[in-house]
Design a binder for this molecule. Structure first.
Ligand code: SAM
Length: 258
């Protein structure tokens, strides 16, 4: 079967504004963290200023919050009645997103901690080592329903997750290593997510054939996971280089091994 996907190389607000209400079964969003120009990180063992690109520049606390609230409101409109929304981020973005979701009446179902057992060390030795990201899983409103594949989560195979016991309920802390090198062979993106993370999310919250949307798709990880699992995909990124990277990955979907 031909992979079913559509990519837009445009500003996400322009694309979302053209799409009809209730277009998607599930939305995964990994929005800009807005830390470039103000933060530091560890790269190849060295302390460096964070510069992921202009799209990640810090504005002001208020402007960052308004940005998040604006795209979240569009996602709420685009979700089907029984659809669900995932938002991923570090503390820079996840707290404003969570507050905006509460203001919009988007109903939070769970907060997931994605623990990275191989996270980079903290070179300054003045802080704890950042080794997790947070995810919020939510549905359109308190009254809405949502899909959850309880059995797939309980009885599925998650060999690298040292916390998941076979045939026990899936908990809210997931152990998933950072992106392996073989998932970067089509090119680099500064905040690429591992396929194992997106596959778990899609399996948990969509049936086969569902339409999955990513308003900030970057290297297209959500799309690759969606197509591998027999779902359809619509993705947006404003940067041409990342759309091209996503397209290269999506065209090779049959050959991508986990
Ligand atoms: C955190 S990254 C997403 C990474 C992605 N989850 C992956 O696995 O590769 C956010 C992406 O959003 C894109 N972006 C930022 N602002 C945007 C906007 N207004 N419209 C469309 N894309 C945008 C950036 O170019 C970047 O690739």
């Amino acid at each position: 079967m031909k992979p079913d996907y559509t990519l837009y190389n445009e500003d996400t607000f322009a694309v979302m504004g053209r799409l009809p209400d209730e277009s998607f079964d599930m939305i995964f969003a990994d929005p800009p963290y807005m830390i470039s120009s103000v933060g530091t990180s560890c790269q190849n063992g060295k302390l460096v200023a964070i510069n992921k690109g202009k799209w990640d520049n810090h504005q002001s606390v208020e402007a960052n919050f308004e940005f998040h609230k604006r795209w979240l409101k569009e996602c709420q409109r685009l979700l089907k009645k029984d659809g669900s929304l995932w938002v991923s981020g570090t503390y820079h973005s996840i707290h404003p997103c969570g507050y905006a979701m509460q203001q919009l009446g988007i109903h939070i179902l769970n907060e997931i901690v994605w623990f990275k057992p191989n996270a980079s060390p903290n070179l300054s030795c003045k802080y704890f080592t950042a080794s997790h990201e947070s995810l919020i899983w939510a549905r359109k409103s308190a009254k809405a329903k949502h899909y959850f594949d309880y059995e797939a989560m309980k009885n599925g195979d998650f060999p690298k997750d040292t916390l998941k016991k076979p045939h026990h309920q899936m908990r809210t802390v997931w152990v998933i290593p950072s992106v392996p090198m073989n998932e970067k062979r089509f090119g680099r993106h500064p905040t690429q997510k591992p396929l194992a993370l997106l596959e778990r999310i899609i399996l948990a919250s969509t049936p086969k054939g569902a339409v999955v949307f990513d308003p900030f798709m970057g290297s297209g990880t959500t799309g690759v996971a969606a197509l591998r699992l027999g779902r359809r995909f619509v993705g947006v990124d404003s940067e041409k280089q990342y759309c091209e990277l996503a397209r290269r990955r999506l065209n090779e979907v049959d050959n991508i091994l986990l």
